[in-house]
Design a protein around this ligand. Structure first.
Ligand SMILES: [Fe+2]
Length: 360
């Protein structure tokens, strides 16, 4: 038995308003005294001067606004990298991602692809990255995905939706300022928060569970209950606790795996472009069979916050389309093995999976 030796985020700053310290954090990391920092920022902040005016631009630093309407793609990473190489005179000092999971994953992937040859799709998988990424910083403005702590950056490529999992993927620095999460819609807050809740259930109910994952998973699970059910927190407390729930949920799956909901929502994302948070919710709503307690509580949370999930998204799919989705999903072997054990193939047959998708 050989145990995995995982890196963790080496530096984190936590606190409301900590975003104001960004200049102090970054300036010592500036290379050749003037190489630029490139900010990848969710374009919902484009006219939000409360946030953008506090991004400390100097020399040739620049902001690239990016829409998070779609899941991040390998081709998008390649275009960003090409653009950065063509428009900056020297290797950037760092990449800073500001936004939700999409922007954080793009920042991780771009920082890797600036120092590694070829295309992003060549690195989808486990431990394929050869060279250390450039310095990269994650600043979440939505909590739940765990992208701020994870060792992966999940990208949709021409053949698959799969992460670049490597020791060079985790951020060098994370800024956790819960004030940045305040402008979000109720739906987005719920879907992304439920990504965290589902990480906990899939980790805690999985066959890969161990004391490391359990300790983080249980904490994140308790925080999710406080935030989404108990309802006796102030808005600030709720935002701060969800930030820490996301962190712990991400740490929990670092040393185990996710499960059925993630494996199935990857299929939906690949075929239909369904975004991660809402996709997980659509799937999880139908998984009583695998996670009875977890789904029961999920339905309570959904009712409490008056969330209506889309129905019938698979209603008009052809057999070929179902097959594409089923192949993507069943390709996530570690997720299925974690969820259903070594003999998962006998339980989750293509027919069984199709019948589950047909309910959605
Ligand atoms: Fe997730």
């Amino acid at each position: 038995m050989s145990y995995k030796n995982f890196p963790m985020v080496p530096r984190v700053i936590f606190g409301r308003g900590s975003f104001n310290q960004l200049n102090d954090i970054l300036e010592p990391k500036r290379l050749n005294s003037k190489a630029p920092f490139i900010y990848l920022v969710d374009d919902v902040f484009k006219s939000n001067t409360w946030l953008t005016s506090r991004i400390p631009l100097a020399y040739d630093d620049r902001i690239i606004f990016i829409s998070a309407a779609e899941e991040p793609k390998t081709s998008q990473v390649d275009e960003l990298v090409e653009d950065i190489i063509l428009t900056t005179k020297e290797r950037p000092s760092g990449i800073i991602g500001i936004g939700g999971g999409t922007l954080l994953d793009l920042a991780k992937a771009v920082s890797i692809m600036l120092t590694n040859e070829g295309e992003a799709k060549d690195y989808q998988g486990w431990d394929l990255v050869k060279n250390e990424a450039i310095y990269h910083v994650g600043i979440p403005t939505i909590s739940g995905t765990g992208a701020e702590v994870s060792r992966t950056t999940v990208l949709t490529g021409p053949e698959k939706k799969l992460g670049i999992n490597s020791d060079f993927t985790p951020f060098d620095q994370v800024v956790l300022d819960s004030e940045l999460t305040q402008g979000i819609t109720k739906e987005q807050w719920f879907y992304t928060g439920m990504d965290c809740y589902i990480h906990c259930i899939e980790s805690l109910e999985g066959s890969y569970l161990n004391a490391f994952s359990q300790s983080y998973g249980e904490k994140a699970y308790d925080l999710c209950k406080e935030i989404f059910l108990d309802n006796n927190l102030t808005e600030e407390e709720s935002q701060e606790k969800l930030m820490m729930a996301s962190w712990h949920g991400g740490m929990s799956i670092a040393y185990s795996q996710v499960g059925v909901a993630h494996a199935m929502s990857y299929g939906l994302a690949y075929l239909l472009g369904t975004k991660h948070g809402i996709g997980n919710c659509i799937v999880f709503d139908h998984l009583e069979e695998f996670y009875p307690e977890g789904v029961k509580l999920f339905k309570e949370m959904k009712a409490k916050h008056n969330i209506e999930l889309p129905q019938g998204i698979c209603a008009n799919l052809t057999d070929e389309e179902f097959d594409v989705m089923i192949n993507v999903s069943l390709g996530m072997a570690p997720l299925w093995e974690n969820a259903l054990g070594k003999n998962w193939k006998n339980i989750m047959t293509p027919e069984k999976l199709k019948s589950l998708y047909q309910k959605m």
